[in-house]
Design a protein around this ligand. Structure first.
Ligand SMILES: NC(=O)c1ccc[n+]([C@@H]2O[C@H](COP(=O)([O-])OP(=O)(O)OC[C@H]3O[C@@H](n4cnc5c(N)ncnc54)[C@H](O)[C@@H]3O)[C@@H](O)[C@H]2O)c1
Length: 256
């Protein structure tokens, strides 16, 4: 990688305590960014911060589905590091395969709140700071499930499809302010979330990872969190300064 691509930039990464969010926060800090690690899981976010270069990482316990919590996150980011240049919406919740008639209202609402409403909340609070600087990069981690459905993932697919279209609407709205908005669609990835898409005991989950997920990827392997981090680095940095409204599938060909 070309040295320090994010020197002088401050990034909020939601879901930074685990999986892809952790990999993104780690790579961003290595590339010179100040990183705010926003996650519901306070202990795990604090642990990630300890593993990063001193002074580069600041954990903030955040519920991305809660407006007041997100407002506090943005306020703390600006008071700690002085600006917001990059916002990565990575926090998300999975859905185990569920027939539509068995899906509870609570599960539908929670899925939409964490995977979709969160993007509205983090963006509405961050954009005034980005507009003031006349620059910014917002990266929304949706899913290949947002464009290619699977049976029983009804709420999850809907939440990610909405995240993709919201991102495009924001890209066109915010372009005059030089704020770019792009999407990464991961394919099935080797993180703690993957097994939670499958119902069953440990053996069934392991078998499902192979039968359902690995076999659905033309390149034949699960996606690694670091693969997503590399794509996010491109979209966060000035290497992509003319790219907005783009939906990048990082999925081993699953979306073909
Ligand atoms: N793992 C996959 O196969 C896969 C595939 C496509 C897309 N995705 C998406 O990628 C993103 C990252 O997933 P991952 O696999 O790294 O998952 P993960 O479970 O490893 O990490 C998700 C993180 O989000 C946090 N989180 C959950 N709800 C939150 C809330 N309300 N507020 C703040 N933080 C919250 C969790 O505490 C956790 O640290 C998610 O949006 C997910 O939907 C995952």
């Amino acid at each position: 990688m070309n040295g320090q691509l994010l020197t002088g930039k401050t990034a909020i990464v939601t879901g930074a305590a685990s999986g892809m969010g952790k990999a993104i926060a780690t790579l961003f800090a290595e590339q010179g960014a100040n990183v705010v690690l926003a996650d519901l899981n306070k202990g795990a976010a604090e642990q990630v911060a300890k593993e990063l270069p001193e002074g580069k990482a600041h954990p903030v316990q955040t519920d991305v589905s809660d407006d007041q919590s997100v407002a506090a996150l943005v306020k703390e980011t600006v008071s700690t590091f002085g600006s917001i240049d990059v916002l990565v919406n990575c926090a998300g919740v999975p859905q185990a395969f569920t027939p539509i008639e068995e899906l509870s209202l609570e599960q539908w609402d929670r899925t939409m709140a964490v995977n979709t409403k969160s993007i509205f909340l983090t963006t509405r609070h961050s954009v005034p700071h980005m507009k003031a600087g006349n620059k910014g990069s917002i990266i929304n981690i949706a899913s290949i499930a947002g464009i290619r459905a699977r049976p029983g993932l009804n709420a999850y697919c809907a939440s990610k499809g909405a995240a993709i279209m919201l991102s495009k609407a924001l890209a066109i709205e915010l372009a005059p302010y030089k704020i770019r908005v792009n999407v990464i669609n991961p394919g099935p990835a080797e993180t703690p979330m993957l097994g939670k898409f499958i119902n069953g005991d440990d053996a069934e989950v392991e078998a499902g990872k192979k039968d359902i997920f690995i076999n659905s990827v033309p390149l034949g392997t699960l996606i690694q969190p670091e693969d997503i981090a590399q794509a996010a680095l491109y979209l966060a940095s000035d290497l992509s300064k003319i790219v907005t409204g783009e939906v990048m599938n990082v999925d081993g060909g699953r979306g073909i």
